[in-house]
Write a protein that binds this ligand. Structure first.
Ligand code: SF4
Length: 266
């Protein structure tokens, strides 16, 4: 067989690059359309089926932020704003070794906290917030994390998303914290379209059957983080590919591994 010339190789590479760019643009267009358009609605049977599969695949999903108690969970979530869980997990063991209660954190002081979290984005503001919220917990709540949305959201550095995570993980409430992954999955799949996180959260609370709500938060985050990736979703490995309404998805059938798993389970 004749060998390709350098010029031919270059052309092939350029074509491959153009195809990749086209795919990427198509996916970005489909994402924008999903957020601003009206994707086909899921039927209650489809929603039930999706969560039945998530539950079968991972019956007790867990968050990935390391923590020891409700207080360290709260601090880890505050530190995770605009940062990755993996990045936060690298810094928190040393921090929590020195301070796993608000009293100890206040004693540790802002300068030392800042030093311990310099690898996390926005560390200066976060160190300030960690000390300020710890002081409030000591002075107003006897050092405990309040089981109350309003009280949580009033703490420095704590917004609705953080409060939802704490209420869900520390207190077992069926809340859904919409982060970047859940926002994307909700819109992309058509399960819970919305232009803002609160719209997506409201829609999810409406459509997710009650018995799945406690774990829905973790299933959807893990799905977005490891399968429905922003740039190149792994549709071929997706257990809800046949239910997903995203026009740019690249797979339509349930993977055979899931079909086998389902036939064993039923
Ligand atoms: S098929 Fe799955 S991975 Fe692909 S876009 Fe839909 S939910 Fe995401």
């Amino acid at each position: 067989m004749a060998r390709k010339t350098t010029r031919q190789k270059l052309k092939t590479a350029q074509k491959a690059k153009a195809a990749r760019l086209k795919d990427r643009k198509e996916r970005a267009r489909a994402d924008t359309k999903a957020i601003h358009g009206t994707p086909p609605q899921w039927t209650p049977t489809e929603v039930e089926e999706a969560f039945r599969r998530f539950a079968a695949a991972n019956p007790a999903p867990k968050g990935e932020l390391q923590h020891i108690n409700p207080y360290t969970l709260l601090i880890a979530v505050v530190l995770s704003a605009q940062a990755t869980d993996a990045g936060v997990n690298k810094a928190t063991p040393a921090l929590f070794k020195l301070a796993d209660t608000p009293e100890k954190m206040v004693k540790l002081g802002e300068a030392r906290v800042r030093e311990l979290i310099t690898t996390i984005g926005l560390y200066r503001t976060k160190a300030k917030n960690v000390i300020a919220l710890s002081r409030i917990l000591v002075e107003q709540y006897g050092g405990a994390v309040p089981h109350d949305r309003e009280a949580l959201e009033a703490l420095p550095g704590v917004g609705r998303k953080t409060a939802n995570v704490v209420l869900n993980v520390a207190f077992g409430e069926p809340t859904i914290a919409v982060d970047t992954h859940i926002f994307r999955v909700g819109n992309r799949t058509g399960l819970a379209p919305g232009r803002t996180p609160i719209e997506v959260e409201t829609k999810l609370m409406e459509v997710v059957p009650e018995r799945y709500r406690l774990h829905a938060h973790h299933w959807l985050i893990l799905h977005g983080r490891y399968v429905c990736l922003a740039r190149r979703p792994l549709c071929e490995k997706c257990i809800i590919a046949d239910l997903c309404k995203w026009p740019a998805k690249t797979a339509f059938a349930v993977p055979s591994s899931l079909a086998r798993q389902e036939s064993v389970a039923t």
